[in-house]
Structures are given as structure tokens and as C-alpha cells.
Design a protein around this ligand. Structure first.
Ligand SMILES: C[S@@+](CC[C@H](N)C(=O)[O-])C[C@H]1O[C@@H](n2cnc3c(N)ncnc32)[C@H](O)[C@@H]1O
Length: 250
């Protein structure tokens, strides 16, 4: 298993050594002041139509295309718009073996895009986020007539898991590495979920800042990972610094 690329491993080792010598060095680093990426222009109550056409050779259920109508609105928070890693992960799952009757949990769903695509592919899906995003997620579930397959739940990373969750076959997370104070919380939740279920975890992220490496330093204490290399879209999204990883609990 390829757990981490060599240059990244060397970078992480260097970061760890420097952190050990001077734990407060990041607080003095001016280039690290922005904790969130630059946001796109404000978007209010717009509806997008996104299609994800799976190649029929890989599509066990012969779904010819997945069409999602997505309400986007930045007012409840940055998750209210469509983020690039979410679109990459949505495309990827349309090309995977059938999700029919699988239980899927999405973390940091924002608009709910990735989870809605999973539901269109036949999965029973729990889309989750913080309280301010729940309304837009619910509206997107209704707009796509997926109320019978998708549940909307508050799940705050690092907090207790909601009660009565089923066993999950697959956990999805897209564009959840962007806010440094949340890094340990997200690792904690991934760890909590992996301790209860032996779920597959697909984790898609866009590298934006040097500080993102610190997420992976934390993650590697509890998980190893491999890059998904058999995605035909990989050359396109790699150019935009997006990676799709499969995580494995240690
Ligand atoms: C950059 S957005 C990505 C949204 C969506 N996954 C996508 O790809 O379009 C990150 C999401 O993580 C959620 N999030 C951030 N911190 C969180 C926390 N502590 N607990 C739960 N969700 C959190 C945000 O509310 C937001 O919806």
C-alpha cells in the first residue's frame, strides 16, 4: 500500500521536527494568518444544475446520467456553495460499483451535493454538517425528491456522534481541509466512526495552504491512506491541486 508520497513524507517529517523545536512557530508566521481560503463572490439563492454522466461500462445499474439540482447560498456559511473537491468526489462515485442499498455518511456536506449523488446512485445516505447548513441541505434533498433516501443530520466534528446511526459502508468527505482549528476535530470524528464501523473512507481535498500539511500530520497518527490512481479524471483535477484519497484506520 502506498501510504504517502515520498516528498510529502519528507515535508511532514521536517514540519514535525520544527514543531517539536518551536511549538508556537506557526503563530508567528505572517503568511499563515488567513485561516480560510479566499471565498468566491457572494452567491444568494441560485440554483445550479449539475450532471455527472457515468460511463456505462462501469455503471452496474445502467444509470445514464445523474442530474442534481442544487440550491447554493453563501449566507449560512462557506459550505452553502459548491466546492471543487465535492464535484470531483461526486464524479468519482458515479463511476464506482453500485451503491444500491449501501449506507453512506457524508461529513461536512455543505449543500449536500456528494451525498445527493450517492442517493441518486441508490444509496441510503446521511448528509451531515453544522446547524446553519441544515436548512439548505434539507431544501436540496426536497428539490431532488430524495426525501426517502437521504437524512439530514447535525454532526459537529469532534463532538459526540448522533444517536441511532446505522453501520456505514462508506464515508465521504470533500473539501473539509480548509480551517485549521477544525483539523483535530475532523480527525477525531473520522477516528470515532472508524472505531465503530469498518467503513471505506473516500476523502477528497484541495491543497490550498502550507498549513494543510498539519492536517495530514494529525491524520497519520490514526490513519494511513493511498491516493486513488484509477480515476480517469485524475490528470484534470491534479492540475488544480485536488487529491482523492482512500483512508485506512490504523
Ligand atoms: C469547504 S465546505 C465543503 C462543503 C461540501 N463538502 C462541498 O464539497 O461542497 C466545508 C464544510 O465543512 C463544514 N464544517 C466545518 N467545520 C465543521 C465542524 N466542526 N463540524 C462539522 N462540519 C464542519 C462546513 O460547515 C462546510 O459545510
Amino acid at each position: 500500500m502506498l501510504s504517502i508520497s515520498e516528498p510529502l513524507q519528507a515535508d511532514l517529517a521536517l514540519e514535525e521536527t520544527l514543531d517539536a523545536l518551536d511549538p508556537l512557530r506557526h503563530l508567528r508566521d505572517d503568511s499563515e494568518r488567513d485561516v480560510v481560503p479566499v471565498q468566491p463572490p457572494s452567491v444568494h439563492n441560485q440554483t445550479l444544475e449539475l450532471t455527472f454522466p457515468p460511463p456505462s461500462s462501469l455503471n452496474a445499474d445502467n444509470v445514464d446520467k445523474v442530474l442534481i439540482r442544487l440550491l447554493v447560498d453563501a449566507s449560512p456559511g462557506c459550505g452553502g456553495i459548491a466546492w471543487p473537491a465535492g464535484e470531483v468526489l461526486s464524479s468519482f462515485i458515479t463511476r464506482q460499483p453500485s451503491l444500491k442499498a449501501k449506507n453512506v455518511l457524508e461529513l461536512g456536506s455543505g449543500t449536500g451535493l456528494v451525498g445527493l449523488v450517492a442517493a441518486k446512485l441508490g444509496a441510503d445516505v446521511w448528509i451531515t454538517d453544522q446547524q446553519p447548513l441544515l436548512e439548505i441541505m434539507s431544501r436540496n434533498v426536497a428539490m431532488n425528491d430524495l426525501g426517502d433516501r437521504v437524512k439530514v443530520l447535525e454532526l459537529n466534528w469532534g463532538g459526540p456522534l448522533p444517536e441511532d446511526l446505522p453501520r456505514f459502508d462508506l464515508i465521504l468527505a470533500a473539501d473539509c481541509v480548509y480551517f485549521e482549528p477544525a483539523f483535530p476535530l475532523l480527525v477525531q470524528t473520522l477516528d470515532d466512526l472508524s472505531r465503530r464501523d469498518d467503513s471505506e473512507i473516500l476523502f477528497c481535498y484541495k491543497k490550498r495552504r502550507k498549513a494543510d500539511k498539519r492536517f495530514f500530520t494529525m491524520l497519520k497518527k490514526r490513519f494511513s491512506w493511498e491516493e486513488v490512481n484509477d480515476d480517469p479524471d485524475k490528470p484534470n483535477y491534479s492540475r488544480d491541486a485536488i487529491s482523492l484519497l482512500r483512508l485506512f484506520h490504523k
